[in-house]
Design a protein around this ligand. Structure first.
Ligand SMILES: [Zn+2]
Length: 205
């Protein structure tokens, strides 16, 4: 685990990077990371582009707010992700454009297996969780189930959640998910060759 000061700095730097490249806009999206004795989280109504290392929310192991500004109201999704995937060191939640566009389609927001990097980083499938009002505690059971199936989740009519073994890993995964969703739209309606099942299995093994 990176030390808390390093993590605080990393949250600011990677948040800024995501914001500057348009992966988040306004005050959408949030980031959490595990620290000794609890979690750091981006504050409620904060913009990923304008975070401060000394103004992040601190929560204890029970997810009670213990220091800093109030955490994002979407804290429940983060909590469920760590609970379902105990090796998780950080979680990134974005409303990035293409994933969110996919999440608004009827039915499962399936991303086709087009590139090896997607399979290697995010696995065979990215499950979709039904729509809940942002911040709703009722999403907990669905996130627990979906997060148990892989590191990435699509939230219907909302965005994405990606867990990582480090903060950088979670950010990389969230970026890969967004770009894969973009590829899915670009390739839609064309004569696409998805990866064959044997090719997918080779990547997963
Ligand atoms: Zn959200």
């Amino acid at each position: 685990m990176a030390d808390e000061q390093t993590l605080r700095q990393q949250i600011v730097e990677l948040g800024t990077s995501l914001f500057q490249r348009g992966f988040s806009v306004g005050s959408a999206g949030n980031i959490s990371a595990r620290i000794d004795g609890g979690y750091l989280m981006t504050p409620t109504n904060s913009s990923l582009g304008r975070l401060r290392a000394d103004a992040l929310s601190v929560l204890n192991e029970k997810w009670e707010h213990v220091a800093g500004p109030r955490p994002s109201k979407e804290v429940v999704m983060h909590r469920a992700t760590y609970q379902a995937r105990p090796a998780t060191a950080a979680v990134v939640h974005l409303h990035s454009t293409y994933v969110t566009a996919l999440s608004c389609l009827n039915g499962e927001a399936a991303i086709p297996p087009l590139t090896p990097y997607f399979i290697m980083r995010l696995g065979r499938e990215v499950p979709t969780v039904p729509y809940y009002k942002p911040g709703s505690a009722e999403i907990l059971a669905d996130i627990l189930d979906a997060a148990g199936r892989g590191p990435a989740i699509i939230l219907a009519n909302h965005g994405s959640i990606v867990a990582g073994s480090s903060l950088e890993d979670a950010v990389n995964g969230a970026e890969e998910l967004e770009v894969s969703a973009q590829l899915a739209f670009l390739a839609d309606g064309r004569d696409v060759r998805p990866l064959a099942e044997a090719e997918i299995q080779e990547l997963l093994s």
